[in-house]
Design a protein around this ligand. Structure first.
Ligand SMILES: NC(=O)c1ccc[n+]([C@@H]2O[C@H](COP(=O)([O-])OP(=O)(O)OC[C@H]3O[C@@H](n4cnc5c(N)ncnc54)[C@H](O)[C@@H]3O)[C@@H](O)[C@H]2O)c1
Length: 421
């Protein structure tokens, strides 16, 4: 029998310039007295976390700061944060200030300071045991400083398991922040490449959830089988379409001029909207491919990111195979692919066919300084097989693709993504 039900969930949201100044008030409303603030060194250097902590302290809260979050967290970096929190606690609320790296680390800290066991107990199967939390988590207030991941709205926490060389995650509704505080003024200090890469994450969230397998095309589930990602649906569509229109107006301008406040605000709205969409519908091939692209990096070091180790940042990793992935999925629903392309380039005469959306994407990627394909970040033909193996492990995501995806399909997508222009 086919599915007849879709679901939608979201945290409370406070949006707008100055919203972060009210976090102390919001935390008091959750009954908090002792708060753990979680951030990374780059964000700490902007002064935003210290200012937010000061304002919370002025309202009588006791704030302890952990500022060693690893950019693109690992099991080891999360274990460090958890050990710090277990040692310095107990706390009665958690405050994340940063991009997806800080927010995801805060989610893991929240889980493992309130529940027994270790990370591996909760990491998605087959890598981990995929246990559900047995105890309630603390209120988590998430304050994003990038315009990208949507992690402030989602149930997901992403990490690299270093010993297994695999990027995976924990996904459970209990991880969703209680409150998302999106203050665009915090995002102005993002380096241009962070704006570009995290913005491609927004774009792919919107495009992948918009083109995901329709919720009613899945088999019917029992209530206990429902997962946060239920496939494309009318509510997620609304968020995705609006996010695409905002990106059309603001993305190039925000990368070109970080001080353009209107573009920054629209990017923050786009990230929020796309997060609310994909956090319920799901993502598919570009995100599945991003895991091995990020996980197998050898020497690539983009500007604007910590230079101490090689990194293909998440949003960049997602975008590199997106044009080819959408060429592959086009036949599943040409109308949606073309509509998305027209939302992104509303004034152009784009024509018809499978090349339209890939063309829109590659023009944008070139304009905002995203590398010209997998070759530029260090991959070649010899990497195709391990990249395919890595992507095939992300069955949770591939199941949301609008058509069945075999290893040979992924191989063609990776090969076609070596160079885009
Ligand atoms: N949980 C989810 O739903 C979800 C979704 C997508 C991605 N992710 C994860 O999020 C991570 C990526 O997060 P991201 O793209 O937000 O970037 P990030 O948190 O990794 O930060 C990227 C860099 O930008 C710096 N930075 C962030 N905000 C800044 C600011 N306002 N001013 C100056 N510098 C700033 C950071 O210090 C860091 O060096 C990845 O680990 C990815 O897997 C999670």
């Amino acid at each position: 029998m086919s599915e007849t039900v879709f679901t939608y969930a979201a945290p409370a949201l406070k949006f707008g310039r100055g919203a972060a100044d009210e976090v102390g008030h919001d935390l008091l409303g959750y009954g908090a007295r002792r708060v753990l603030l979680v951030t990374d060194p780059g964000v700490a250097a902007t002064g935003h976390p210290a200012r937010i902590a000061e304002q919370a302290t002025a309202r009588g809260l006791q704030v302890t700061t952990y500022d060693r979050v690893h950019v693109e967290p690992t099991d080891a970096s999360m274990a460090d944060a958890i050990a710090f929190a277990r040692d310095a606690g107990p706390f009665d609320a958690i405050l994340a200030v940063g991009g997806g790296s800080a927010i995801d680390t805060a989610k893991a800290v929240n889980l493992l300071t309130t529940n027994p066991g270790e990370l591996m107990d909760y990491i998605n199967a087959p890598v981990g045991k995929a246990l559900a939390p047995s105890q309630p988590l603390l209120p988590l207030v998430a304050v994003p400083t990038t315009t990208g991941t949507g992690s402030e709205s989602t149930t997901i926490c992403v990490l690299d398991v270093l010993s297994l060389k695999v990027k995976t995650g924990i996904s459970h509704v209990a991880l969703r922040p209680r409150l998302a505080v999106v203050d665009p003024s915090l995002t102005a200090s993002q380096p241009a490449m962070v704006t570009a890469a995290s913005g491609m994450d927004i774009l792919c969230h919107a495009l992948e959830s918009y083109t995901a397998r329709w919720y009613a095309d899945f088999d019917a589930k029992q209530p206990e089988q429902r997962v946060p990602y239920c496939g494309a649906n009318p509510i997620a569509d609304m968020w995705s379409e609006k996010a695409l229109s905002l990106l059309a107006g603001a993305f190039r301008a925000a990368v070109r001029d970080g001080d353009d406040t209107l573009s920054r605000e629209q990017m923050a709205l786009a990230a929020t909207f796309a997060g609310l969409g994909f956090g319920n519908a799901g993502v598919h091939i570009p995100h599945a491919n991003a895991y091995p692209i990020a996980g197998r990096v050898r020497s690539y070091r983009p500007e604007g990111y910590p230079a101490d180790e090689p990194i293909v940042p998440h949003g960049m990793a997602v975008s590199l195979t997106a044009p080819e992935a959408f060429r592959f999925t086009f036949d599943a629903d040409p109308g949606r692919h073309l509509r998305a392309a027209r939302l992104l380039e509303p004034d152009a005469d784009l024509g018809e066919g499978a090349d339209v959306l890939p063309g829109v994407l590659t023009r944008l990627m070139r304009d905002i300084g995203i590398p010209n394909g997998l070759a530029e970040v260090g991959y070649g033909e010899a990497d195709v097989e391990p990249l395919v193996d890595g992507a095939l492990k992300q069955q949770r995501l591939l199941a949301t693709a609008p058509r069945a995806v075999a290893g040979e399909d992924l191989a063609a997508v990776f090969r076609g993504s070596m160079e885009h222009w």
